[in-house]
Design a protein around this ligand. Structure first.
Ligand code: FDA
Length: 399
């Protein structure tokens, strides 16, 4: 590790490596450092080992932030198509799994390798197992244009531009820390309170016991909270509910609020029930529901309704109850599973004090924040990596 760099990026994850490669390709002397023993650990574990690296349908509406306009500039300047070209340049095979989500055919290692090769090719140095102890702003002089001095476990380094790309708090065992928020606070930035996002919902008491007995069963549903809805699968687990629709809604749910689930979002439930009753009057409600759900799930819903009769025996009130349950099953989770399993962190560095063009701090010249450490969080489906690529590229291009 040399002593002086034009650019130091703290965090060799998705955003930091993209930023380092982009700045080095412009001829800057760049060091990307990370306290972990491996770079891009979250890339490696992402997408079930196949990295959902972007989405075909990226829109600003796919991101949550207190400042919803902030993400627009970077996302429009480095798009999903730019990253797809890079993936193709590296000969990585990929496929669309569902809803525009692009995954590697073979392994997420290929995306990690892509980032490493881009850094190597551009001449950016990567230093792992490097802990930053202090960051000190220094007055630049003609002889030494550096604006920051860093003390680390392996020596002192200085740089002209310092990029914070240390990500959020999810999965501490993978190297996540609150370091980026501490640096932001050191330089007077406001932090929006952080919380775990894209995480399963937990339940307690009798409902938890019921869900446990259904663990492994899934349903295609429309899950809603406040004015947000997601039509994807929900999954019963030993802790409560998971599956893509539940992870998505966890970003919007707050303790005490209800979540509404349409269990048959693709059909007109009234007509479906009436048609079954007319065509199969002797069929039990349970066996009718078992045409759509597993036997176990059908039994559970009959138990919730307290109805165990043939379709022809359903009176008006019971028919309305069945329709209401199928169209609007209302649940009250007891909590979120939290950072141990969450895919992302909501909240973070307030973007009103960051340039949306360069990602430079408006408080401290030469200091930049990119990726998940910022108060920008994507939906499930490749949007969080697209944010890492876009913000990393925007900052790297401006350095
Ligand atoms: P990222 O977390 O990637 O990198 C931060 C880096 O900073 C890490 O290398 C860390 O070691 C380092 N660091 C932290 N503290 C430090 C310190 N004090 N000193 C030095 N270094 C430090 N998204 C998506 O779009 N598609 C997907 O398929 C998935 N799948 C997925 C699965 C799982 C299990 C998780 C946890 C997350 C995902 N995500 C995802 C989310 C995605 O991984 C995440 O949003 C990005 O990696 C964020 O990129 P960053 O570069 O901002 O942080």
């Amino acid at each position: 590790m040399d002593k002086s760099y034009q650019v130091i990026v703290i965090g060799a994850g998705a955003a930091g490596l993209m930023c380092g490669a982009t700045a080095a390709a412009k001829g800057k002397k760049v060091l990307v450092l990370d306290h972990a023993n491996k770079m891009a650990k979250k890339v490696l574990m992402s997408g079930g080992g196949r990295c959902n690296f972007t989405n075909l349908y990226v829109e600003p509406d796919n991101f949550l932030s207190h400042n919803p306009h902030f993400c627009k500039s970077a996302l429009s300047r480095y798009t999903q198509w730019d990253f797809i070209s890079l993936v193709e340049k590296h000969g990585i095979d990929y496929y669309e799994k569902t809803l525009g989500q692009l995954f590697c055919k073979t392994s997420s290692k290929e995306i990690r390798d892509l980032l490493q090769k881009e850094c190597q090719h551009a001449g950016a140095s990567i230093q792992l197992k490097c802990e930053v102890n202090t960051i000190e702003p220094i007055e630049p002089t003609e002889e030494n244009p550096s604006r920051f001095k860093l003390t680390t476990n392996i020596g002192e380094v200085d740089c002209n531009s310092l990029v914070i790309a240390t990500g959020g708090l999810s999965i501490p065992t993978m190297g996540a820390t609150g370091f980026g928020y501490q640096v932001a606070q050191q330089f007077g930035h406001k932090i929006y309170p952080t919380r775990a996002g894209l995480t399963p919902l937990t339940f307690s008491g009798k409902q938890l016991e019921e869900f446990k007995s259904l663990a492994g069963n899934s349903i295609e549903a429309m899950v809603s909270c406040k004015d947000q809805s997601f039509k994807e699968a929900i999954l019963f687990t030993h802790k409560g509910l998971s599956g893509p629709a539940i992870l998505q809604i966890s970003n919007y749910w707050l303790p005490g609020e209800p979540i509404h689930i349409n269990l048959m979002p693709n059909v007109d439930i009234d007509s479906w029930l009436a048609k079954n009753r007319a065509g199969h009057p002797e069929l039990s409600l349970k066996n009718c529901l078992a045409k759509v759900f597993s036997q176990a799930v059908a039994s559970y819903f009959c138990q919730l309704l307290g109805i165990n009769c043939k379709l022809k025996q359903l009176d008006h009130k019971q028919t309305a109850q069945v329709v209401e349950l199928l169209a609007n099953w209302t649940i009250y989770p007891s909590g979120l599973e939290g950072y141990r399993v969450a895919e992302v962190t909501l909240g973070g560095v307030d973007t009103s004090e960051i340039s949306s063009k360069t990602f430079e701090s408006k408080r401290q010249p030469g200091l930049f924040f990119i990726g998940e450490v910022l108060d920008v969080t994507g939906h499930l489906g490749g949007f969080n990596f697209q944010w890492a690529w876009a913000s990393g590229h925007a900052a790297g291009s401006s350095l």
